[in-house]
Design a protein around this ligand. Sequence first.
Ligand SMILES: Cc1ncc(C[n+]2csc(CCOP(=O)(O)OP(=O)(O)O)c2C)c(N)n1
Length: 547
Amino acid sequence: MKSLALAHWWIRELRACGLREVVVSPGSRSAPLILALESEPKIALYVQPDERSAAFLALGLSRQAGRPVGLVCTSGSAGLNYAPALAEAYQQGVSLLAITADRPLRFVGAYEGQTLWQEEFYAGFIKGRMAVCESNPGNPKEAWALSTQGMPGPVHINMRFEEPLYGGALEQPLEPTLSQALFSRFDFGKTRPLDALKTLDLPARPKVVILAGHMGPQQAQALLPWILEFKKRGGLFWGDVSSQLWPYSSQAQLPDWLWEQTEEKNRPQLLVSMGGSVIPRRWEAYFERFPNQTTVHVDLFGEKGYRFRPDGWCWTGSPAGFFESLPQEMEALNCPAWNAEPGGGWSDVTATAELLRGLPGDSVFHLANSMGVRYVHALQDLLPKGIELWCNRGVSGIDGTLSTAVGQALAQPNKWHVVLMGDLALNYDCNAMLSQPRPNNLGVVVLNNGGGQIFRNLPGPKSRSMDAETYFVAAREGDFEWLARRNAWAYHCVQDLGELRAFLHQSKGIVAGLLEIKTEAQANTEAWAGLLSERRAAWNQAARGRD
Ligand SMILES: Cc1ncc(C[n+]2csc(CCOP(=O)(O)OP(=O)(O)O)c2C)c(N)n1
């Protein structure tokens, strides 16, 4: 059997399973796969030469399409560059099929270029892997099923190809073989049956708090009716801006007032967390200060494990099962809402506020990690309620925001997509702009504050006498006009509120291309501190008024 036949068989079988999109990165060893894909009219091909960006692009495509998206790259370090996005996909529950082309086994460990032990590339953050070669063609249906069943996730298929890579017979009868190694998710052994709720000895009308962290739309949609019902029953709900449930959150931060309460009447009796990470540290700290027995993590897919250590517990199953077992009536915790209206001069904060006011209500908004997501979390009441919000907060840092957004915008051409990111995040992921085809429904907004503003806002880096601007902020000068030009993107730069307003007015919101917003570091630090303290003061006043 020859390489081309193996590649064609895999692609045909995957197409029959439902594969419709593949992101390819050019290379030689993967040629059989590219030839096979090119002959499949039902599969849309995206080309991204940077494999790190390609995998994030596939994450965005799959997140939008809700089905596995394929990735194809050549042998050697190429596949290593898939790792960050696969880890994020694993954490978010997004299905991807990462197909790495490889050389025959006899070349491994023999000083061959672009040759290493590829089969173990992603151990720990994929659902499973298959080692495929001519004598062991594997099972495409099984790979597909593994990626979609239960909690969806990435699967790695490593294919060893013999030469010739471009020629040879196309059709050869192949029989699937079993070659799957399945990794199970971490099990912390803390899962308890729902009956455990009964052992907590809750009062008839307990005070209950639910905290929702980073989660995908599937999970959020399953939860939403229950969260609304929970609030009606008197429960207190906090939704992180990355949870998709933020429009239903009672607050965006934990008020000092509630934080300082020690009396019994203002203590929660059951704390429930759902989803992944949350932005305000204080929410987590609030959960951690109560006896762990009252803290439960609800995991709808039953595969992630436990969140609050050391003795909190985890319940796995359907939302119905959990919510139906909660008491019918709950006592409300006194916790007022507050609104943000940032004041002050030109800064990241005022610019972000203006941007949020100008976003079309039905657009899709992508946030980069670092200050972007924090600004929007704090200013969330300015967001139009119909907006869809996304952020890679599974394990990602600043590494794949734009690539993921490009993928998602390509998968949803009838919607307007906007990305808000910092200048380092854009520099890091600027190869996202190399992908083909390119989306014409994507506006990128970069807050250019000359480096990682977050490190200017954090007390830690400043507390030492070292050069924080160099070693933490990675301070830089310059603008992004070159980047826009390199990629033939439209470009506009604003340096004050008047210019930003004029641009948003003139263009009726964000337009396709790159909008650079230039701000000053010191003004940003002051505006951020001011926003947080003003809000806290307003909140505490509101809470005291209710006392
Ligand atoms: C891949 C990765 N490397 C390093 C970091 C550490 N890190 C966190 S925030 C940050 C600076 C981000 O700067 P920028 O994108 O300009 O955003 P700003 O802080 O200005 O909002 C860095 C380097 C990270 N999150 N991810």
